[in-house]
Design a protein around this ligand. Structure first.
Ligand code: GDP
Length: 296
Protein backbone atom coordinates (compact mmCIF):
# COMPACT_ATOMS: atom_id res chain seq x y z
CA UNK A 1 0.00 0.00 0.00
CA UNK A 2 2.92 2.29 0.63
CA UNK A 3 3.44 4.77 -2.11
CA UNK A 4 -0.11 5.40 -3.16
CA UNK A 5 -1.23 7.62 -0.31
CA UNK A 6 -1.53 10.74 -2.40
CA UNK A 7 -3.62 9.20 -5.13
CA UNK A 8 -5.73 7.42 -2.56
CA UNK A 9 -6.41 10.68 -0.76
CA UNK A 10 -7.10 12.53 -3.97
CA UNK A 11 -9.42 9.91 -5.41
CA UNK A 12 -11.02 7.83 -2.73
CA UNK A 13 -11.39 10.34 0.04
CA UNK A 14 -13.05 12.71 -2.38
CA UNK A 15 -15.41 9.99 -3.52
CA UNK A 16 -16.22 9.20 0.10
CA UNK A 17 -16.96 12.83 0.81
CA UNK A 18 -19.24 12.86 -2.19
CA UNK A 19 -21.08 9.74 -1.11
CA UNK A 20 -21.89 11.06 2.35
CA UNK A 21 -22.82 14.47 0.97
CA UNK A 22 -25.69 13.20 -1.13
CA UNK A 23 -28.87 11.37 -0.16
CA UNK A 24 -29.40 10.13 -3.69
CA UNK A 25 -27.61 9.94 -7.00
CA UNK A 26 -28.43 12.92 -9.17
CA UNK A 27 -26.79 14.86 -12.00
CA UNK A 28 -24.94 17.11 -9.61
CA UNK A 29 -23.34 14.15 -7.85
CA UNK A 30 -22.31 12.62 -11.16
CA UNK A 31 -20.78 15.93 -12.27
CA UNK A 32 -18.76 16.10 -9.09
CA UNK A 33 -17.66 12.51 -9.51
CA UNK A 34 -16.52 13.34 -13.03
CA UNK A 35 -14.42 16.21 -11.70
CA UNK A 36 -12.85 13.96 -9.07
CA UNK A 37 -11.88 11.34 -11.64
CA UNK A 38 -10.41 13.97 -13.95
CA UNK A 39 -8.38 15.51 -11.12
CA UNK A 40 -6.85 12.10 -10.40
CA UNK A 41 -5.86 11.97 -14.10
CA UNK A 42 -8.08 9.05 -14.96
CA UNK A 43 -8.38 10.82 -18.34
CA UNK A 44 -11.33 12.19 -20.31
CA UNK A 45 -12.17 9.05 -22.25
CA UNK A 46 -11.85 6.66 -19.34
CA UNK A 47 -13.86 8.97 -17.12
CA UNK A 48 -16.59 9.09 -19.78
CA UNK A 49 -16.60 5.30 -19.94
CA UNK A 50 -16.84 4.96 -16.17
CA UNK A 51 -19.69 7.47 -15.99
CA UNK A 52 -21.70 5.86 -18.75
CA UNK A 53 -21.15 2.47 -17.09
CA UNK A 54 -22.43 3.95 -13.84
CA UNK A 55 -25.52 5.34 -15.56
CA UNK A 56 -26.21 1.95 -17.14
CA UNK A 57 -25.78 0.27 -13.76
CA UNK A 58 -28.23 2.74 -12.21
CA UNK A 59 -30.81 1.83 -14.87
CA UNK A 60 -30.28 -1.86 -14.11
CA UNK A 61 -30.56 -1.10 -10.39
CA UNK A 62 -27.08 -2.44 -9.75
CA UNK A 63 -26.44 0.96 -8.26
CA UNK A 64 -29.24 2.39 -6.14
CA UNK A 65 -27.69 4.67 -3.55
CA UNK A 66 -24.55 6.82 -3.40
CA UNK A 67 -23.06 4.13 -1.14
CA UNK A 68 -23.11 1.70 -4.04
CA UNK A 69 -20.77 3.88 -6.08
CA UNK A 70 -17.52 2.99 -4.36
CA UNK A 71 -17.80 -0.80 -4.65
CA UNK A 72 -18.99 -0.40 -8.22
CA UNK A 73 -16.02 1.80 -9.20
CA UNK A 74 -13.67 -0.57 -7.47
CA UNK A 75 -15.01 -3.48 -9.47
CA UNK A 76 -15.01 -1.66 -12.83
CA UNK A 77 -11.52 -0.23 -12.34
CA UNK A 78 -10.15 -3.67 -11.54
CA UNK A 79 -11.83 -5.06 -14.66
CA UNK A 80 -10.37 -2.33 -16.86
CA UNK A 81 -6.86 -2.84 -15.49
CA UNK A 82 -6.98 -6.62 -15.67
CA UNK A 83 -8.34 -6.87 -19.23
CA UNK A 84 -5.82 -8.64 -21.50
CA UNK A 85 -3.06 -7.78 -19.05
CA UNK A 86 -1.62 -11.23 -18.50
CA UNK A 87 2.06 -10.91 -17.70
CA UNK A 88 4.53 -11.98 -20.34
CA UNK A 89 6.14 -15.25 -19.41
CA UNK A 90 9.60 -14.57 -18.08
CA UNK A 91 10.56 -18.18 -17.93
CA UNK A 92 12.29 -20.13 -20.64
CA UNK A 93 14.38 -17.27 -22.03
CA UNK A 94 18.11 -17.20 -21.47
CA UNK A 95 18.87 -14.45 -21.46
CA UNK A 96 15.53 -12.77 -20.84
CA UNK A 97 15.96 -9.47 -22.66
CA UNK A 98 14.23 -6.32 -21.49
CA UNK A 99 14.49 -3.14 -23.54
CA UNK A 100 13.77 -0.02 -21.53
CA UNK A 101 12.63 3.21 -23.18
CA UNK A 102 11.39 6.59 -21.97
CA UNK A 103 12.07 10.30 -21.79
CA UNK A 104 14.94 11.65 -19.67
CA UNK A 105 14.07 12.37 -16.08
CA UNK A 106 11.19 9.92 -15.72
CA UNK A 107 13.32 7.57 -13.62
CA UNK A 108 14.55 5.25 -16.36
CA UNK A 109 18.03 4.61 -14.95
CA UNK A 110 16.71 4.09 -11.44
CA UNK A 111 14.08 1.69 -12.78
CA UNK A 112 16.72 -0.34 -14.60
CA UNK A 113 18.68 -0.59 -11.36
CA UNK A 114 15.59 -1.64 -9.43
CA UNK A 115 14.62 -4.20 -12.08
CA UNK A 116 18.12 -5.64 -11.95
CA UNK A 117 17.86 -5.78 -8.19
CA UNK A 118 14.53 -7.63 -8.44
CA UNK A 119 16.08 -10.36 -10.59
CA UNK A 120 19.27 -10.50 -8.50
CA UNK A 121 17.08 -11.10 -5.46
CA UNK A 122 15.72 -14.13 -7.27
CA UNK A 123 19.25 -15.43 -7.62
CA UNK A 124 19.53 -14.60 -11.31
CA UNK A 125 22.58 -13.14 -13.00
CA UNK A 126 21.98 -9.75 -14.58
CA UNK A 127 23.68 -7.60 -17.18
CA UNK A 128 22.86 -3.93 -17.68
CA UNK A 129 23.62 -2.34 -21.06
CA UNK A 130 24.34 1.38 -21.13
CA UNK A 131 22.48 2.22 -24.32
CA UNK A 132 21.89 5.85 -23.40
CA UNK A 133 25.23 6.87 -24.89
CA UNK A 134 24.10 10.46 -25.27
CA UNK A 135 24.48 11.24 -21.58
CA UNK A 136 27.79 10.44 -19.88
CA UNK A 137 25.94 10.67 -16.57
CA UNK A 138 23.56 7.90 -17.64
CA UNK A 139 26.51 5.58 -18.30
CA UNK A 140 28.06 6.44 -14.91
CA UNK A 141 24.75 5.97 -13.12
CA UNK A 142 24.27 2.55 -14.64
CA UNK A 143 27.78 1.54 -13.53
CA UNK A 144 26.96 2.60 -9.99
CA UNK A 145 23.81 0.51 -10.09
CA UNK A 146 25.80 -2.41 -11.49
CA UNK A 147 28.11 -2.30 -8.47
CA UNK A 148 25.23 -1.83 -6.07
CA UNK A 149 23.31 -4.87 -7.25
CA UNK A 150 26.29 -6.95 -8.38
CA UNK A 151 25.45 -6.99 -12.08
CA UNK A 152 27.70 -6.81 -15.15
CA UNK A 153 27.54 -3.57 -17.11
CA UNK A 154 28.15 -3.37 -20.85
CA UNK A 155 29.20 0.11 -21.86
CA UNK A 156 30.89 1.99 -24.63
CA UNK A 157 32.11 5.58 -24.51
CA UNK A 158 29.81 8.60 -24.61
CA UNK A 159 28.50 9.25 -28.09
CA UNK A 160 28.92 5.63 -29.25
CA UNK A 161 26.26 3.94 -31.36
CA UNK A 162 23.54 2.58 -29.01
CA UNK A 163 22.91 -0.28 -31.43
CA UNK A 164 26.56 -1.29 -31.09
CA UNK A 165 26.18 -1.37 -27.30
CA UNK A 166 23.06 -3.51 -27.65
CA UNK A 167 24.88 -5.83 -30.07
CA UNK A 168 27.84 -6.31 -27.73
CA UNK A 169 25.55 -6.78 -24.76
CA UNK A 170 23.57 -9.52 -26.51
CA UNK A 171 26.73 -11.32 -27.63
CA UNK A 172 28.30 -11.07 -24.22
CA UNK A 173 25.16 -12.05 -22.30
CA UNK A 174 24.81 -15.19 -24.41
CA UNK A 175 28.50 -16.05 -24.11
CA UNK A 176 28.47 -15.61 -20.34
CA UNK A 177 25.15 -17.36 -19.83
CA UNK A 178 23.56 -14.30 -18.21
CA UNK A 179 19.95 -14.83 -17.07
CA UNK A 180 18.57 -11.34 -17.58
CA UNK A 181 19.82 -8.59 -19.89
CA UNK A 182 18.35 -5.12 -19.36
CA UNK A 183 19.10 -2.59 -22.10
CA UNK A 184 18.88 1.17 -21.55
CA UNK A 185 18.15 3.60 -24.39
CA UNK A 186 18.39 7.34 -24.90
CA UNK A 187 15.40 9.52 -24.10
CA UNK A 188 15.87 12.92 -25.67
CA UNK A 189 12.49 13.57 -27.12
CA UNK A 190 13.26 16.88 -28.83
CA UNK A 191 14.97 14.99 -31.62
CA UNK A 192 11.98 12.76 -31.92
CA UNK A 193 12.51 11.39 -35.41
CA UNK A 194 16.13 10.45 -34.75
CA UNK A 195 15.27 8.95 -31.43
CA UNK A 196 12.59 6.76 -32.93
CA UNK A 197 14.90 5.65 -35.75
CA UNK A 198 17.55 4.84 -33.16
CA UNK A 199 15.06 2.79 -31.14
CA UNK A 200 14.03 0.83 -34.18
CA UNK A 201 17.65 0.09 -35.01
CA UNK A 202 18.43 -1.07 -31.46
CA UNK A 203 15.33 -3.27 -31.58
CA UNK A 204 16.41 -4.77 -34.92
CA UNK A 205 19.90 -5.56 -33.64
CA UNK A 206 18.56 -7.28 -30.52
CA UNK A 207 16.00 -9.29 -32.50
CA UNK A 208 18.72 -10.44 -34.88
CA UNK A 209 21.10 -11.54 -32.15
CA UNK A 210 18.65 -13.31 -29.85
CA UNK A 211 15.60 -15.07 -31.24
CA UNK A 212 12.36 -13.67 -29.82
CA UNK A 213 14.10 -10.77 -28.09
CA UNK A 214 13.46 -8.24 -26.75
CA UNK A 215 10.96 -10.27 -24.76
CA UNK A 216 9.54 -7.13 -23.26
CA UNK A 217 9.85 -3.47 -24.21
CA UNK A 218 9.13 -1.43 -21.14
CA UNK A 219 8.20 2.24 -21.36
CA UNK A 220 9.01 4.20 -18.22
CA UNK A 221 6.55 6.98 -17.37
CA UNK A 222 6.50 9.45 -14.50
CA UNK A 223 3.19 9.33 -12.63
CA UNK A 224 3.55 12.90 -11.42
CA UNK A 225 3.20 14.13 -15.01
CA UNK A 226 -0.32 12.76 -15.41
CA UNK A 227 -1.64 13.37 -18.89
CA UNK A 228 1.85 14.17 -20.17
CA UNK A 229 2.68 10.55 -19.51
CA UNK A 230 -0.22 9.65 -21.78
CA UNK A 231 1.17 11.62 -24.70
CA UNK A 232 4.62 10.07 -24.20
CA UNK A 233 3.02 6.65 -24.25
CA UNK A 234 1.36 7.58 -27.52
CA UNK A 235 4.60 8.71 -29.14
CA UNK A 236 6.71 5.78 -27.99
CA UNK A 237 4.17 3.13 -28.86
CA UNK A 238 4.31 4.37 -32.45
CA UNK A 239 8.06 3.71 -32.68
CA UNK A 240 8.58 0.71 -30.46
CA UNK A 241 6.29 -2.21 -29.75
CA UNK A 242 5.83 -1.19 -26.15
CA UNK A 243 4.63 -4.27 -24.29
CA UNK A 244 4.40 -2.80 -20.82
CA UNK A 245 4.65 0.32 -18.72
CA UNK A 246 6.67 1.08 -15.62
CA UNK A 247 4.97 3.92 -13.79
CA UNK A 248 7.47 5.68 -11.51
CA UNK A 249 7.13 8.18 -8.67
CA UNK A 250 3.68 6.99 -7.70
CA UNK A 251 4.70 7.80 -4.14
CA UNK A 252 4.90 11.50 -5.00
CA UNK A 253 1.84 11.65 -7.21
CA UNK A 254 -1.84 12.31 -6.68
CA UNK A 255 -2.38 11.46 -10.33
CA UNK A 256 -2.08 7.69 -10.13
CA UNK A 257 -5.39 7.46 -11.96
CA UNK A 258 -3.33 7.75 -15.12
CA UNK A 259 -2.77 3.98 -14.78
CA UNK A 260 -6.39 3.56 -15.83
CA UNK A 261 -6.12 5.97 -18.73
CA UNK A 262 -3.02 4.24 -20.10
CA UNK A 263 -4.58 0.80 -19.89
CA UNK A 264 -8.01 1.79 -21.15
CA UNK A 265 -7.04 4.21 -23.91
CA UNK A 266 -3.79 2.72 -25.16
CA UNK A 267 -4.31 -0.88 -24.08
CA UNK A 268 -0.78 -1.11 -22.71
CA UNK A 269 -0.65 -2.91 -19.37
CA UNK A 270 1.25 -1.42 -16.47
CA UNK A 271 3.79 -4.05 -15.36
CA UNK A 272 5.66 -2.32 -12.56
CA UNK A 273 5.21 0.66 -10.29
CA UNK A 274 7.95 2.72 -8.68
CA UNK A 275 7.12 3.87 -5.18
CA UNK A 276 10.37 5.45 -3.99
CA UNK A 277 14.02 6.10 -4.75
CA UNK A 278 15.46 3.05 -3.02
CA UNK A 279 16.48 -0.10 -4.83
CA UNK A 280 13.60 -2.12 -3.38
CA UNK A 281 10.97 0.47 -4.24
CA UNK A 282 9.69 -1.28 -7.34
CA UNK A 283 6.63 -3.52 -7.26
CA UNK A 284 5.03 -5.78 -9.82
CA UNK A 285 1.73 -4.18 -10.76
CA UNK A 286 -1.22 -6.32 -9.76
CA UNK A 287 -4.57 -4.72 -10.73
CA UNK A 288 -6.51 -6.14 -7.80
CA UNK A 289 -3.89 -4.99 -5.31
CA UNK A 290 -3.59 -1.58 -6.86
CA UNK A 291 -7.31 -0.91 -6.76
CA UNK A 292 -7.60 -2.40 -3.29
CA UNK A 293 -4.89 -0.01 -2.08
CA UNK A 294 -6.70 2.88 -3.73
CA UNK A 295 -9.94 2.04 -2.01
CA UNK A 296 -8.41 0.97 1.30
P1 GDP B 1 16.29 9.16 -15.95
O1 GDP B 1 16.78 10.48 -16.41
O2 GDP B 1 14.99 8.82 -16.57
O3 GDP B 1 17.27 8.06 -16.07
O4 GDP B 1 15.93 9.37 -14.39
P2 GDP B 1 16.68 8.88 -13.07
O5 GDP B 1 16.62 7.41 -12.95
O6 GDP B 1 18.00 9.52 -12.98
O7 GDP B 1 15.68 9.45 -11.96
C1 GDP B 1 15.38 10.83 -11.83
C2 GDP B 1 15.02 11.10 -10.38
O8 GDP B 1 13.80 10.46 -10.03
C3 GDP B 1 16.05 10.57 -9.39
O9 GDP B 1 16.22 11.53 -8.37
C4 GDP B 1 15.41 9.31 -8.85
O10 GDP B 1 15.85 8.99 -7.55
C5 GDP B 1 13.95 9.67 -8.87
N1 GDP B 1 13.05 8.51 -8.93
C6 GDP B 1 13.06 7.49 -9.81
N2 GDP B 1 12.05 6.63 -9.56
C7 GDP B 1 11.37 7.11 -8.49
C8 GDP B 1 10.22 6.67 -7.73
O11 GDP B 1 9.57 5.65 -8.01
N3 GDP B 1 9.83 7.46 -6.69
C9 GDP B 1 10.51 8.60 -6.36
N4 GDP B 1 10.05 9.32 -5.33
N5 GDP B 1 11.58 9.03 -7.04
C10 GDP B 1 12.03 8.31 -8.09
Amino acid sequence: KAGMEKTRKNLTENIERLVVGYAQIDDELLEELEAILLTADVGVKTTETLLSDIKAAIKKKEIETPQDLKPYLRKRMTEILALNAAAISQGGHKPLVLLVVGVNGVGKTTTIGKLGRYFRQQGKSVMLAAGDTFRAAAIDQLEIWGKRIDADVMKHTEGADPAAVAYDACKSAVARGVDVLIIDTAGRLHTKTNLMEELKKVHRVIAKEIVGAPHETLLVLDATTGQNAMSQANIFSQAAQVSGIVLTKLDGSAKGGVVLAIKHELDIPVRWIGVGEGMDDLRPFIPEEFVAALFA
